[in-house]
Design a protein around this ligand. Sequence first.
Ligand SMILES: *Cc1c(COP(=O)(O)O)cnc(C)c1O
Length: 392
Amino acid sequence: MKPSTGRNFLHTPGPTNIPERVLRAMLQPAMDFSDPVFLDMTRSCFVDLKKIFRTESEVVCFASNGHGAWEAALVNTLSAGDHVLVPQYGHFTQNWAEMAESFGIVVDEIPGDWRHAIDPDAIEQKLREDSGHAIKAILTVHTDTATGITSDLPAMRRAIDNAGHPALYMVDTVAALGTAEFRMDDWGIDVAVGGSQKGLMQPPGLAFNAVSAKALAACETATLPRLYWDWQRRLEDAYYRWFCGTPPEHLLFALREGLDMVLEEGLENAFERHQRLAEAVRRAVAVWSRANALSLNALNPDECSNSVTTILVADGYDADALRITAREKFDVSLGSGLGRTRGKAFRIGHMGYLNEPMILGALAGTEASLEAAGIPHEKGGVDAALEFLATS
Ligand SMILES: *Cc1c(COP(=O)(O)O)cnc(C)c1O
């Protein structure tokens, strides 16, 4: 292994850079988890998580990754034999749907090409056709981390309302939370799934469900087996229920510090920063793409995500070799293609704790790697990013 001689530039779209402040917050002894100091801190995290999700409803926190919070969303609201509507829009809708199938839930799919956002009209049409209301929930993803595309959540809400359909509206915002506007209550979202290690700058290991009153009511009739993931148990007053056992104390120390940082910056400012850095990345990709070996996966510019950019690599060139060169030679960690794009794409994550020189460093390392890996690209991508950042 190459000895470390400087920072690794972590641009996998999760996990992301953990700020020193957050790391230091974890450097303390474990404590009695019934200590009022600890309970107050934990309560304050729940209060602030509601601000992040923009909700007055409950937020449940799990010592798990995002997959755990997916499972929690399903088992608390659904029964075997229920139908869910899933627009096939990327790797993460697909995987959430596969999880649902494993519980005996019937998945009704809307096909998609992984290069466009979810089509709200297709949702409306499917729901109109379901006059018997067999569909109990719609599973959607805010930003698909494989495709680098963000969907229009309020438009989907309008589609559900236009169809007059009572299905629960469930949204995985794991890769968007903290990087793009998200309004649980205003947008009528019933279950929001979030994770710690993406836009929120946290270590991996915490995941969240924000839960509307309507979703909580669905617990009463949902018959999928659950205990560890049970929202109602976790929302009891007794503190040992909040995490169904020992709380992940150090992850909560980290969360407290990270939430402070997010609120100090201000959510709106964080969204703007993400959008700006994302645009710098896209300016670089646009220049590199002129040599016809690379292209943005997102076909509509206004659907590009603030948090990750997916770049397709033409047949005959090896996207994984590029990633290995970037990691081994330039200490830049890029994301691989996932699912349908495995081996055919690479991804530049740009979410969380990140500023201009960090993104420029990553783009410079990527441009050097394109050269070293022999992938045709027009030079000057970094210059274009620099120019954009200098003048915007
Ligand atoms: C990362 C991610 C997940 C899965 O989270 P894990 O913590 O890896 O289980 C789910 N959905 C989206 C959109 C993601 O980006």
